[in-house]
Design a protein around this ligand. Sequence first.
Ligand code: HDD
Length: 702
Amino acid sequence: MTHEQADDPKDRQLGRDRVDDTDATLTTQQGVQVDHTDDSLSIGERGPTIMEDFHAREKLTHFDHERIPERVVHARGAGAYGHFKPYDSWLSEYTSAGFLTDPARQTPVFVRFSTVAGSRGSADTVRDVRGFATKFYTRQGNYDLVGNNMPVFFIQDGVKFPDFVHAVKPEPHNEIPQAASAHDTLWDFVSLQPETLHMILWLMSDRALPRSYRMMQGFGVHTFRLVNAEGRGTFVKFHWTPKLGTHSLVWDEAQKIAGKDPDFNRRDLWDSIEAGEFPEWELGVQLVDEADESEFDFDLLDATKLIPEERVPVRPVGRMVLDRNPDNFFAETEQVAFHTANLVPGIDFSNDPLLQARNFSYLDTQLIRLGGPNFAQLPVNRPVAEVHNDQRDGYGQHRIHTSRTSYTKNTLSGGCPVLADSGAFSHYAEKIEGHKIRERSDSFKDFYSQATLFWNSMSEVEAEHLVAAFRFELGKVEDTDIRARVVEELNHVDHSLARRVAEGVGVEPPAKETTANHGRSSAALSQLNTRLDQPATRKVAILVADGVDGDGTERLVASLRAQGLIPEKLAPTAGSVRAAGGGEIAVDRAINTMASVLYDGVAVPCGSESVATLSVDGYALHFVAEAYKHAKPIACFGSGLDMLRAAGVNAELAATTEVTVHLGVVTTTAARDELPDRFTEAFAAQLAAHRVWERNTDTVPA
Ligand code: HDD
């Protein structure tokens, strides 16, 4: 894990703080060696423990103080290091930020992904927004892009943030429910705050259930400003596009994973980096000339709005790769401190009132969370750029300033540190005039058009999922007035949406539409229009038992691996199984310790004895049926077809040696050495497409 990369300045810097306990002797914090840590110092064998036991007191005291407050939002997360490099220098026309414009420069990064509402120990696969926060350790100082996997936000002004968070978090009287938005207070808030509607549609969409952090888009959300060397400003929105496409779980699956493997997304990120399958994203920008600021039918400063890509295309800037897991979760992932105001020259704020509030909140929250003003000195937060200033003292001060002065100007230290004469951050000189008022701009008051745009852009299956999510969430709301008010709000978005939701939650469907649907859509908003050609890292369960076709199974495993997939052999018990032609096949896991929800697809090899065993094994049958229910690709060869029949798979299973694909089920009666390459190729293509949405699984029990 710890492999210092000579060309990575951040990694070299972290190396100075890493502690390696190999061959080391146990000591106190003072470095005094300890030879006994199992028994306290006491008077006699059965007598009282004595105060003098400084080792026991130090050990317990440290333990008692181990916890720090979790993040008030985004408490649950996972992080990794990596690097970013621009493709070329085209963006220098718009920004002086070297890390975005110098293709020879590789900038170290740390990225933390997170859920929002749950506490630190909550499950990964809950319905929620995902945080996507990137710290760029640039030569010009740290730049933080603190984004989400959805391009808009719930509210327009940060002063509403505590209200919103209080509404979505567990209810205060009983702290229920954990990490879930399906409860009365959230929907009460939503029904009274129409600006939430657009983001609520994103939250009810498949975007809230990412299959993997590696398969999520990321967005800076706000309109920021790029500033070039001449001081010219251009509005910008930042986008991260994952190499593997944008894919989601289905709701039933997500809920089950929350129990089977609450660390599902965290583990996936960790494992893929350990396996050398480094997650990758492309950074892109949407640019808007300042002169065109008022050319849109929404306000660029309103964080509940996106700029449709059809209107302003996303232009590629560079590539980010995450290639190193942290050494210590607490030291790095927990203590990393992001801040929207960590800017470098060439990037500046806009007047988005949500962003302006964030610029206060992130610094403020670290003071309570990390216990004082010196958190920027923690290894993960430390810039690779040099730090010199007159800020002194405070809890946890690690730096030993040798200078006699801690003020500017001075003569006693030769005026040092001196003011920068070039390369300094210079705030964009925007001309502002106005009265001091507490009012929402009229340009922020269209709450529905973009919610409608999002709804119109969903494919049929995505729209179905969205309606089902509303029915689930509102169905959990006890107060029927709240349910009815939300349906009324949805009627402003789309009449059919409101009716479909109403019918599922026992509310009178609205008789007529309140707002006519404008009929516009944006192809970029549907996940099904992202990449569907990347099978790499998909996990496949291969169900085997004694008497399995050993040659065919190993052939399948090898060819799946060759295509970058991760096959695992599962049998009724751990250890190994006997192959039909003799010999043993090692088993990766016992079926009952896993579940189909932890895999992207399932394969059943040939072997009449093996298939007969699996066809009467409840775990195995459920495994296949559940994978089918969740629209996952399934493959089987030879007598493996019988297992699918036993599991009630209702796709056509052609009894032919030809490779046949029907409703995502890939079959051939060929086995052993006859198994054609096209079989695994067809299976891999199905896995790359993620799910088989045309399959009707309504009658399959889940
Ligand atoms: Fe925030 C954490 C993303 C609005 C206040 N936020 C936090 C994190 C992410 C975001 C990814 C986790 C960072 C990490 O991994 O440590 N937040 C967003 C986005 C927003 C947004 C994309 C809207 C565009 N946030 C927002 C507002 C406020 C905050 C309006 C307050 C006015 N957010 C916080 C915070 C947190 C935080 C309370 C908790 C822990 C932390 O900052 O470091 O200050």
